[in-house]
Every structure is written in C-alpha cells, then in structure tokens.
Design a protein. Structure first.
Length: 458
C-alpha cells in the first residue's frame, strides 16, 4: 500500500489531497516567496487522527509540515520539497471544545481561525485579546506555534501569555494531554513553553486552553500626528502617566506607510488635514461609560498638545470611525507587498536612535530608498520594510545592514514572525552558540529522527 492509501485509511481518502490544483495553495506561502512540494496534504479532523498520521510518518520516515492558516511570513508552513514530506493541515480541527466564563478560559482546537475564537469569547461576554491583521485566516495552532504578537501585546502580552494548557501530538505519535486550565501549577518544568513559538519543529499542537479577559465596556481610538519617533516614545510615557494601563495598542506609522495605504486603497483617507512625518494609532479600553473614557483621553491629548508633545490628534467619534482608522493600519502590509521585510525589536527607549541609525546606514550603501517603518512601538517591535521590488535581488545585503545595526542595539531579528526558513541561517550570527546548542539538544531529544518540520528554525 502506498503512503497515500495508508493516510486515506486514517483520515478518509477525500482528505488526502494530491492533485496539483488542490495542493498548490498549501505549497506556497502568503507572500508567494516560498514554495515547495510534498507527497500530499493530509487533513485530519481529530487529535486521534493527527496522532495516527504522525505515528505512520514516524514509522515510514516521512517528515511532517504542520500548517495552520498559512499566513506566516517566514516560510515556516510550506514544505521544502527536499525529502519525503507531507503537509498536515489542521483546518478541519476547528471546534471550540468548551468555554468556562467563570474560570475565564476557552478550550479550542488548533485549527480554529483566530477571528472565530475572538467571536466565541465575545458571545460568552469575554475578550480573547490576541489580534492581528491576518486574524480572518490564521489559526490558533499557528498563532501559538509562532508566539504571535499583534496589536494588543502592550496590555495583554503575546500569544504565549494567553495559554494555560496545551494538547500536543509528539513526533512519535504519542499524545501529551496538558490541557490544564490552571493559573497556578508549579509542578516542575513548564512543558507547554517548549511548543509555544517552536514553529512546528517539536510536535503538533492540536488544542489549547486559552485565557479570557473581561470585555472593556468603553473604547477609545486616537490618531495622533508627531514630528518624530522620539516624540512617539516620549508621548507613550507621558500618556501612560495620565491614562495608566488602559492602552492596549500604540502603533507607530510613518508617512510613507500611510501614503502606501492611500495609494493602494480607494476607501482610505488621510485622517488629518495637514501632512505630518509620523503618526501613532492608539487604542484604549476601560470599564465604565464610554463618554468618560473619551473625555479622559481628550483631556490627556489636549494637555500633551499644550506641552508641544504632539502635533495634532483626532479621536474616533464612533465605532465606524475607529474601524476605519484601524483599517489603515491593517492595510499597510498589503499596501507595500514586495520589498525587503524586517520584523525586529529593540528596547522601546532605543527605537528612535535605531530608526535614525538604520536609515543612515542604508542610505550610505543604497542611496535614497523608500523605507516603510511601522509597528508596535509600545512593545519595541518595528516592521522595518525597505525598498521596492527592484531591490529584492539585493535583499540579503539590505538585511545585513539592518541586522548589523540591530546588533549594536541588543535587538532581535525576529520580534514576532519567527525564524522559519527565512532567518534560519541568519540567526546563527545573532544567537549565543550555547543557546543554539541547547535548542539543538531539545530538538534531538523530542524529535530524534528530525521529522518535524525539517529545515525550519534550526
Ligand atoms: C497581513 C498579515 C499581518 C500579520 N500580522 C502579524 C502580527 O501583527 N503579528 C504577528 O505575530 N504575526 C503577524 N502575521 C504573521 C502570521 O499571521 C502569524 O505568524 C500567525 O500566527 C501564523 O498563523 P497561521 O495559522 O497562518 O500559521 P502558519 O503560517 O500556517 O504556520 C506558521 C508556523 O507554525 C507552524 N504551525 C502551524 N500550525 C501548527 C500546529 N497546529 N502545531 C504546530 N505547528 C504549527 C507551521 O509549521 C509554521 O512553522 C501577519 C501575517 C499577515 C499575512
């Protein structure tokens, strides 16, 4: 019997895809930067099916590439086509298994689309705060495997911090049921942390217990114009003194990024009359009356304007206005689709200096080139995207300049997207050899045959 027949016996023949027209979307990444091939795409519907598929692959020496929504930006979810491989799509494992509003937890399967988890939490009167522009397509399993960040990290932390328990199929097909819904559990090593952010190289996440939060009854969205990134960092500190931890997002947006959106999307409008070099999109949430929060924010912004800490600001007056401001932010990735992307982090206080130094270093080598700088400034995370399609053949040189500058600032070459294929080699220049050795030892212990997502991360 062929591998496909054996797999069909586990998941049903209709869930083993082999025709090129069926497999194509699974073999190419969202940005169409990576494509490969595999023997087939397998779509199990339960943890026991995943376990049986992985055990079969272990016996046959076939590698497994776990795939969620395939929105990852580092080529982690697509096969490389260099050996016998299957793509294991989790998309049929999309059940919300349970919601416990009194424990503030949701137990969900890995293939649940992030937006569906947010909706389920909302229907239960709670908030699941993980939020990113790909939330209509990316899946919880992918979010946890990449330790996704997104726009609410400032208040709620990254994906890792939303997890209380995990269910994982190990590389030999055994199921680790760590679906505990406990906030306190000091009974030895916290094993779930191994799989969070592991990009599918240590096992397949099949389900998770997620933390839920009270839903803020009041929200405020502000679009703020600024002279410089330095002003943005100073403003965040100033506003936090006034408004405390009500901030869930504080997003820096350069004028070039806004202009890319205005050129790309007919519906988008410049929120302010005058042109400014930098903007911040801030989101706040609180309990109590919405008007009270808006008043507080208005007063704080007016104070900051009087002190010269900002150039101009607009506060959304309705949900629709808030959504249209957020659409600008969410459209930036597709509005500057093909250029040299960097997802980096530095200490928040050093962002202004990094932006200045990286810009100077790039100009010294490549002359004047467009730079689309935007991102989660409140978390020290910038999407620092350089040039246009014409510069792509020189992308390695461009990244070298950016990453060398980053090293001087003690930054990370991957703040939230992971390493995948894209940064697998580059990380060797930045990570302590001892750290790499420890990572390799963990990989060899859990996956001695090297069958889980080979060629990614390490
Ligand atoms: C427009 C856009 C905006 C984005 N914005 C952000 C952002 O703000 N913040 C951010 O962090 N990311 C962002 N991303 C990147 C991407 O959405 C995230 O990395 C997301 O978490 C990936 O989820 P996914 O389901 O698409 O995973 P995939 O792309 O399918 O997989 C990502 C990695 O996880 C592994 N994997 C997937 N599912 C499992 C599983 N069940 N078990 C084990 N391993 C698994 C894969 O093998 C791969 O290595 C953005 C992407 C796009 C396209």
């Amino acid at each position: 019997m062929t591998l496909q027949h054996l797999l069909g016996g586990i998941v049903g023949a209709g869930n083993v895809l082999t025709a090129p027209e069926d497999t194509k979307p699974y073999f190419t990444d969202w940005r169409r930067q990576y494509s490969g091939a595999a023997e087939c795409v397998v779509r199990p519907a339960s943890t026991s099916e995943v376990a049986a598929v992985v055990a079969l692959c272990d016996r046959e020496g076939v590698a497994v590439v776990p795939q969620g929504g395939n929105t990852g930006l580092v080529g982690g979810s697509v096969p490389m086509g260099k050996r016998r491989e299957i793509v294991l799509s989790l998309s049929r494992m999309n059940r919300i298994r349970a919601i416990d509003p009194l424990n503030d937890t949701a137990t969900v399967e890995a293939g649940c689309v992030l937006a569906a988890v947010q909706k389920a939490a909302q229907d239960a009167g709670r908030l699941f705060p993980l939020s990113l522009a790909a939330e209509g397509s990316c899946q919880i399993g992918g979010n946890l495997s990449t330790n996704a960040g997104g726009v609410n990290v400032l208040r709620y932390g990254t994906a890792r911090e939303q997890v209380l328990g995990l269910e994982v199929v190990l590389p030999d097909g055994r199921v680790w049921n760590g679906l505990r819904a406990l906030r306190k559990d000091n009974t030895g090593y916290d094993l779930k942390q191994l799989f969070l952010g592991a990009e599918g190289t240590l096992g397949v996440i099949t389900a998770a217990v997620l933390r839920l939060f009270p839903r803020p009854s009041a929200n405020a969205t502000a679009w703020i114009a600024l002279e410089s990134p330095r002003a943005a960092v100073a403003l965040l500190a100033l506003l936090r003194e006034r408004l405390g931890d009500r901030f869930s997002a504080f997003e820096l947006i350069s004028r070039a990024s806004l202009e890319a959106v205005l050129a790309h999307s007919r519906d988008a409008h410049d929120p302010l009359r005058d042109v400014h070099p930098w903007y911040v999109l801030a989101e706040l949430g609180d309990s109590g009356e919405p008007t009270m929060l808006r008043e507080r924010v208005e007063n704080a912004l007016a104070d900051c304007a009087e002190r010269g800490a900002l150039c101009d600001a607009a506060l959304a007056q309705s949900g629709e206005q808030s959504r249209s401001l957020w659409r600008i932010r969410e459209t930036i990735p597709e509005a500057q689709f093909t250029n040299v992307k960097h997802d980096i982090s530095v200490p928040v206080s050093r962002i202004p200096e990094f932006i200045a130094r990286a810009g100077e270093a790039l100009e010294a080598t490549f002359g004047k080139i467009p730079i689309y700088c935007f991102g989660h400034v409140g978390d020290g995370n910038l999407h620092y995207n350089v040039g246009s399609e014409a510069l792509m053949p020189r992308s390695a040189e461009v990244s070298r300049v950016v990453y060398d500058t980053l090293t001087e600032f003690g930054g990370s070459i991957s703040a939230e997207h992971g390493l995948g294929q894209l940064k697998r080699e580059e990380i060797r220049r930045h990570k302590d050899p001892l750290e790499l050795e420890l990572m390799r030892a963990l990989k060899d212990t859990l996956d001695p045959k090297g069958l889980m997502n080979p060629g990614k991360v390490l």
